[in-house]
Design a protein around this ligand. Structure first.
Ligand code: PMP
Length: 361
């Protein structure tokens, strides 16, 4: 069987044990004689699976009882629009802190539904650092403050949850959810597309403080309203049952490996190893991000001579190191080091990088 190390930004590597279990259970899930994809979402078996996945996620993230956990669809992008529809009235304003590509996109999708105030932006230095909290121009009457704790393309990550007072804090955690312990009570709403640290694409996890569900928002179809999804345990319509199942397996996998505290240790070690290799390469490789803002999940880097990029990609792929091409917005390379990417993969990558630099330096 061919084995590669997958550094894709998303859809990303899934835990091998999860895939093996899904394979074992594919034709006969839970003694039902059929696959999980063929079960009614209203059936006893699937309802039990759904509840268990939610309970496991609540346990992993220590989600307080006054928060609803929703298993939704539409990708994180749809929620860029759904968040203002649900949390802001037609005359409301919302603060956005923009620290990269995804924050910019969240702003664009929100604009038809709320008056956006850009409270801070890292655009001035091409998103290589985070605007310090003292410079944010927050509106105490904003409906919410939105930010992106980890920017998947630019490779900047907040190490702390920013203090924003009484205004609900909304976070797009698509690329760093479950990567470290988190105090959920600091947030009004957390959302994440599944395809990095949770499971396959097509599933979005939304964790929302219940009092915010009572906000009238604006007139909209029921299907867009978070309160309706919460009232129906995310079964307002047919959910992504396969995604929910795989997310549940991933939560079990995380629990068996010591949960988010252990992931935080491993993620720190993995990112540390790669940044050390980049910084210690004598300038052959470079990461342009302010060291205080470097992402543990997504590590963009360039080669000192971009004429070597194609050769680097060709040789790395031949060595079984997959999906290292950087996003076109920043160029160069990018290695994504989500929970399912083991330290062994990063060791293989830094060893390849060192060897490549020796041969082409
Ligand atoms: N936010 C972040 C931080 C992301 O990394 C991505 C996808 N890479 C998105 C939003 C968009 O997610 P989706 O494609 O699921 O809509």
């Amino acid at each position: 069987m061919s084995k590669v190390w997958n550094f894709s930004a998303g859809p990303a590597a899934l835990p091998r044990e999860v895939l093996e279990q899904a394979q074992r259970e594919l034709l006969d899930w839970n003694g039902s004689g059929m696959s999980v994809m063929e079960q009614s979402h209203r059936g006893k078996r699937f309802i039990a699976l759904a509840a268990e996945a939610e309970a496991d996620l609540r346990g992993l993230m220590a989600v307080p009882d006054d928060y609803a956990v929703l298993f939704m669809q539409g990708g994180a992008t749809q929620h860029f629009a759904q968040i203002p529809m649900n949390l802001a009235g037609p005359d409301d304003r919302a603060d956005y802190v923009v620290t990269g590509h995804w924050g910019e996109k969240a702003v664009r999708e929100a604009m038809p539904y709320v008056t956006v105030n850009i409270a801070a932006t890292g655009a001035g230095d091409d998103f290589r650092s985070l605007p310090s909290r003292e410079t944010w121009r927050l509106d105490p009457r904003a409906a919410y403050v939105h930010y992106t704790p980890n920017e998947t393309i630019h490779g900047v990550e907040f190490t702390d949850v920013p203090e924003v007072g009484e205004v609900p804090l909304v976070a797009d955690m698509s690329s760093n959810i479950l990567s470290a312990p988190l105090d959920v009570s600091r947030f009004g709403l957390i959302y994440a597309g599944a395809q990095k640290n949770i499971g396959p694409s097509g599933l979005v996890v939304v964790i929302v403080r219940r009092d915010l569900l009572a906000r009238p928002g604006r007139p909209m179809a029921k299907i867009l309203r978070y309160a309706e999804h919460a009232a129906q345990d995310s079964m307002l319509n047919t959910p992504n049952t396969w995604g929910w199942y795989l997310a549940g397996l991933t939560f079990k996998w995380l629990k068996a490996r010591g949960g988010v505290a252990e992931m935080a240790e491993q993620n720190r070690a993995k990112a540390g190893l790669l940044y050390q290799a980049i910084d210690g390469s004598g300038g052959f490789y470079a990461n342009p991000i302010d060291p205080a803002a470097r992402s543990r999940m997504n590590v963009p880097f360039t080669l000192h001579d971009s004429a070597l990029d194609a050769e680097f990609l060709k040789e790395s792929e031949a060595a079984g190191l997959i999906a290292l091409k950087g996003h076109k917005a920043v160029g160069g390379m990018r290695a994504s080091l989500y929970n399912a990417v083991p330290l062994e993969a990063v060791r293989a990558l830094v060893s390849f990088m060192s060897d490549f630099a020796d041969r082409h330096g």
